[in-house]
Design a protein around this ligand. Sequence first.
Ligand code: KE4
Length: 427
Amino acid sequence: MRWPLSEKAYELAKALIPGGVNSPARAFGAVGGHPLFIDRAQGAWVWDIDGCRYVDYVGSWGPMILGHAHPEVLSAIESAMRRGTSFGAPTQAETELAELVCKIVPSIEKVRLVNSGTEATMSAIRLARGATGRSKIIKFAGSYHGHVDSLLVAAGSSAATLGVPNSPGVTAGTAQDTLVLRYNDVEGVQQVFEKMGEEIAAVIVEPVAGNMGCVPAKAEFLRKLRELTHKYGAILIFDEVMTGFRVALGGAQSLYGITPDLTTLGKIIGGGLPVGAYGGKASIMDHVLPVGKVFQAGTLSGNPLATAAGIATLRILQRENPYPLLEARSHQLEKGLTEIIAQTGLPARVQRCGSMLTLFFTSEEIIDWDTASRCNTKQFARFFWGMLEEGVYLPCSQFEAWFVSTAHGETEIAKTLEAASKVLKSL
Ligand code: KE4
């Protein structure tokens, strides 16, 4: 298959936008070749500008749980835009979205709307430091929480696993306050807290990691984080930007039955428009200006169009409770892929939580970045392009999650399995 119009569009874009993309995740860097330029999307399908159509498992990297261009979401946006697009003043829609979030995620007593997941995690980290008066934060190797300086940090070599920058422009001064531990490593977390628990402002964790590919946390790992943060007075932040409203209506915290102090949200909360949020205990959130002294602001935070899309999306999820259906469809996909892998004898496996899943090219269970990083990424790239040729659009990296939406029906699942059978058998 050739994509001449995308190729040309890519050349033009590269002349004006670094790498021709507004987010490196879209650049096809891990799979080679050039990205496809999307023309439109509907339900579970996307069309590129060369007129080819694909079953879409990127789903805008998570937001499109109801499928693309859901009529009720579109009409909510349309009626909102006719009343103006942004005022820089409070609107009742923001209170309505806040009310929905607090109702759906009971650990959130107060919430602040922002414009992206990155803004949500950046603000939550600042709040945790401001509320505790402490500097150190703990994150986990392989987890991504947005492009916040203090979280663009890789595991350091030092004994205390003090972070080192993993991007130019992040200073050593910033990185030194970030400790990077191993995901699912109960012992490791225990040791660090015993050593410096009083210095820890917060732990930020993806309760189901999606940025190594789909790696669900072990329940005892999350329980240990809850126990230690409670014991040492640190704030536990669940980064549910990807898992919020995705793995369950109430997010991963409702599946694991663990209550974090703060939760960050994004993606689905905006129904495809730019919304992020951070929220949690009122006693912590009231440290935020203008009630408290921790500064955070944003011109377009709570934007009327974005809140309209978010409200419509959350209302549909509440009303229709599509999670049993999403579970059934996603299980069917996982089961089918696993059966095909078994037929081929390939060292590959599927890991899933609800409607987010990843086909990993390794036979070992992925529990952390060490195991994830041993995947055969070249094999993934061949699989990715093979599936694209067969009309299935997957995330362009081994270390991302596929997303199933309510629009993925029997036809889409069957097409995906047919394509996977052909491609996996050809590898
Ligand atoms: P945004 O700033 O991209 O809205 O959210 C950052 C973020 C925070 N926390 C988690 C758990 C996330 O997964 C993300 C963003 N996810 C990536 C995909 N894995 C977004 C893709 C992109 O950056 O283009």
